[in-house]
Design a protein around this ligand. Structure first.
Ligand code: NI
Length: 193
């Protein structure tokens, strides 16, 4: 049974994109660089933003919605303004990282799985924004962890890959269940869906 729907060619309304789950091989591929920021890519990014907010994510990477390109978005509220302030990264590169920071992570592609992940405490990242302008950010702690998590998605890495064997053991059953409910092409195999 397939949940994959052909995207309709609609110009304006944004689309809620289906989230790919562990077991889908696209989550394990190294994503391709974006060569040109076309109108179609801009529309895709708008869908990606809409999907992130609808699913209450703080970040979302293109491979998670079935598109193997080096694009991710985060909304980590650098300021205390409380306003939505998403950042779009196209062809990002983490140029510096140091320190150690641990916090609990989850992932829309691994529903129900949470564990503490050790990452760099501070990072510097460069890339292009949605207008193709170069951007660079420095981030620390929570924001740095979110960025590293999303960046990993562009290289086929899931947060559970970063766990020690000891932490992974109690999650194995859940991960296996999730992986077996999706075939490698992203089709949902669950009867109830
Ligand atoms: Ni994730």
């Amino acid at each position: 049974m397939s949940l994959k729907k052909k995207r309709q060619k609609k110009k304006n309304p944004v689309n809620l994109l289906p989230i790919r789950q562990i077991g889908d091989k696209i989550l394990r591929q190294k994503a391709e660089p974006v060569n040109e920021i076309t109108e179609e890519i801009i529309e895709f990014i708008q869908d990606l933003l809409f999907t992130m907010y609808e699913t209450d994510g703080v970040g979302l990477a293109a491979p998670q919605v079935g598109r193997s390109q080096r694009i991710f978005i985060v909304d980590i509220e650098f300021n205390d303004s409380g306003e939505r302030d998403p950042i779009v990264f196209i062809n990002p590169v983490i140029t510096e990282s140091d320190g150690v920071f641990s916090q609990q992570e989850g992932c829309l592609s691994l529903p129900g799985v949470f564990e503490t992940v050790k990452r760099s405490k501070r990072i510097a990242i460069t890339g292009l924004d949605i207008n193709g302008e170069p951007i660079s950010f420095e981030a620390s702690e929570f924001a740095a962890a979110v960025i590293q998590h999303e960046y990993d998605h562009l290289n086929g890495i899931l947060f559970t890959d970063r766990l020690s064997k000891l932490k992974l053991i109690p999650l194995k059953k859940k991960l296996k269940e999730l992986a077996s409910s999706t075939d490698e092409n992203g089709n949902n195999l669950r009867q109830d869906d």
